[in-house]
Design a protein. Structure first.
Length: 368
């Protein structure tokens, strides 16, 4: 029994530690997932607490797993996992039934699980937790109560600092499709032979005041007594989706410059601000200054935002402002503003507003 309890401790401890770490690597991405859930359940007024809630949750997961795995404050860690599973097991069951958001986000962007897979994972964790709970008295404290609490406190502080470092300077490991070294166009290609989305299409026709649905094979195309009313397409099976499928950039005047950016053999800098109003004015001003410097050196500089036309007009300063989907911009970089350096459609560098290189660094690119 003790061996089974030990194995269960190791498994459940590692799962919660891993879950906490991958979320702490990308706390803003985890916050976006809370946004999705809040909006799906009409709780959009809670969006403002998404980031602190994300940091709290990944910290709680990591510390609970750490306590169970190491044995430092083991019972406290067990209670932490109990509370988390009591909250999230019924919730993931509800999500599996309703599917308001396709990806649960339980392992961040490192591993994607469906809602049913997440619910199954939680059931397994509950079984392991029962084994640990039954054998909890078999394990003795390794250190004094005070020493163990000091260790837990120090680890908690270090973990929170780790989260904020990733938040300020971009994730230490980039799990997103727009990572350094990626050639964007290649990630947009759908390979030959892969399954595409499969839809079941029906046609609604009306005759003598009675409506009837027909399939594609038997609809009354040549019978003028039937009047077409509507067409319905229902997704039956999801097909292959390329890692990058929504990269579309246009100027504020509506000109599509996506291919121009991807095929440019010179250096281009993309300054990305998902919402200009959500960025600090000082950071934007420094970005605009960098933009003027880059253009003076012959380096193309584009400002990508999902802000509306009226808001963009307030910032017009001679630089090239472009429109893009907000979700795409969130996926490209976890910073507002953030910067991506590309050449020939390949991502060569990514920086947040806090660690973007000095102007001289970009100036050297004009000689390469």
């Amino acid at each position: 029994m003790k061996l089974l309890s030990t194995l269960s401790r190791i498994l459940i401890g590692l799962v919660f530690i891993f879950s906490g770490i991958v979320k702490a690597i990308d706390p803003l991405g985890f916050a976006y997932k809370f946004h999705d859930y809040f909006n799906a359940f009409h709780l959009g007024f809670l969006n403002n607490i998404s980031l602190p809630l994300a940091i709290f949750m990944c910290t709680a997961e990591f510390i609970s797993g750490f306590a169970v795995l190491t044995g430092f404050r083991l019972k406290t860690g067990i209670w932490g996992i109990i509370i988390l599973l009591i909250i999230f097991t019924p919730l993931t069951f509800l999500l599996a039934l309703t599917n308001p958001v396709s990806d649960c986000g339980c392992f961040g962007d490192a591993i994607h699980l469906t809602n049913w897979q997440t619910f199954g994972k939680n059931i397994v964790l509950c079984a392991l937790l029962i084994i640990i709970w039954k054998g909890r008295n078999q394990f003795e404290n390794k250190l004094s109560r005070t020493s163990e609490w000091v260790i837990i406190f120090i680890v908690t502080i270090l973990f929170i600092i780790f989260s904020f470092v990733n938040l300020r300077y971009l994730p230490v490991i980039d799990f997103l499709p727009y990572k350094k070294g990626v050639k964007i166009a290649e990630k947009m290609v759908i390979p030959e032979g892969v399954l595409t989305d499969k839809y079941n299409t029906t046609f609604v026709y009306e005759k003598n005041g009675i409506q009837k649905e027909f399939s594609l094979g038997n609809y009354p195309a040549n019978d003028s007594t039937w009047k077409f009313v509507n067409q319905k397409s229902v997704l039956v099976k999801k097909g292959y989706i390329p890692p990058i499928h929504d990269f579309l950039i246009s100027t504020v005047n509506g000109e599509d410059i996506t291919q121009k950016i991807l095929s440019d053999t010179g250096y281009s800098v993309l300054m990305i601000s998902k919402k200009l109003s959500g960025a600090k004015q000082k950071s934007l001003s420094e970005g605009f200054k960098l933009g003027n410097y880059c253009t003076s050196k012959g380096i193309d500089f584009y400002i990508l935002t999902s802000s509306g036309t009226e808001e963009v007009k307030r910032y017009e300063n001679g630089l090239t402002f472009c429109s893009a989907d907000e979700t795409t911009l969130k996926t490209m970089i976890r910073s507002n503003p953030g910067y991506i350096l590309i050449k020939d459609g390949t991502i060569l560098g990514k920086w947040s507003w806090a660690n973007v290189p000095e102007e001289d660094w970009f100036g050297k690119l004009s000689y390469k």
